[in-house]
Design a protein around this ligand. Structure first.
Ligand SMILES: [Zn+2]
Length: 196
């Protein structure tokens, strides 16, 4: 059922969200009707972002079950998830196994290129300096994240590596998607850690 939804939902919603881009502000401001369409299209984009963030949350729960900090990531291209990753730093005893890096690795293999243009990356926690650097290097245009990271966040909390004007690539950043759910999973993990 999940797989069927993953296929049907983007196919239905993506054209609707793109519809808003066909109309210039001057055109639609003449008609209240277009204003309504634009609002609906924005709502659709939020629905889609929430849908894919839930997939990233499923990856974060996988990390949780491995006793790793629960961070999950998916990369979407043309409505398809082409990369998935869970934080496996502890499980693999290797600092490079952050969720975003694993998802980028999979996505590069899937499309056969180091450039991940036309992709959208979803991650449950604001990316760290290493992952933000890899995201910029991979030229990912849009990053959607759930909860902020006040200890390592490089999408605005401590630094903004994703949107630094002096770099040759800047990402659009969308934050706060499923924020409560992403933060709750992190809090639960920290609570368990303190108990053990
Ligand atoms: Zn990272």
């Amino acid at each position: 059922m999940k797989k069927v939804l993953a296929f049907i939902l983007p196919a239905v919603l993506l054209p609707l969200t793109r519809f808003s881009a066909w109309i210039t502000p001057a055109q639609w401001s003449d008609f209240a009707f277009w204003g309504t369409i634009m609002t609906r299209a924005d709502d659709m984009e939020v629905v889609m972002d929430e849908f894919y963030m839930k997939e990233a949350l499923a990856e974060a729960r996988r990390a949780f079950d491995l006793n790793d900090t629960p961070i999950g990531c998916v990369i979407v291209h043309d409505g398809q998830i082409i990369g998935r990753g869970a934080n496996e730093r502890m499980a693999r005893k290797n600092v490079l196994y952050h969720a975003e890096i694993s998802a980028i690795n999979q996505a590069c293999e899937a499309i056969g290129d180091w450039r991940l243009e036309n992709c959208r990356l979803y991650v449950t926690l604001e990316p760290c300096p290493m992952c933000a650097g890899a995201i910029v290097q991979a030229r990912i245009p849009t990053v959607v994240f759930g909860a902020k990271s006040h200890k390592a966040g490089c999408a605005g909390s401590i630094l903004n590596i994703l949107d630094e004007p002096r770099f040759n690539h800047r990402c659009e950043i969308i934050s706060g998607i499923c924020e409560a759910e992403c933060a709750a999973l992190m809090s639960e993990f920290m609570r368990n850690l303190r108990k053990s």
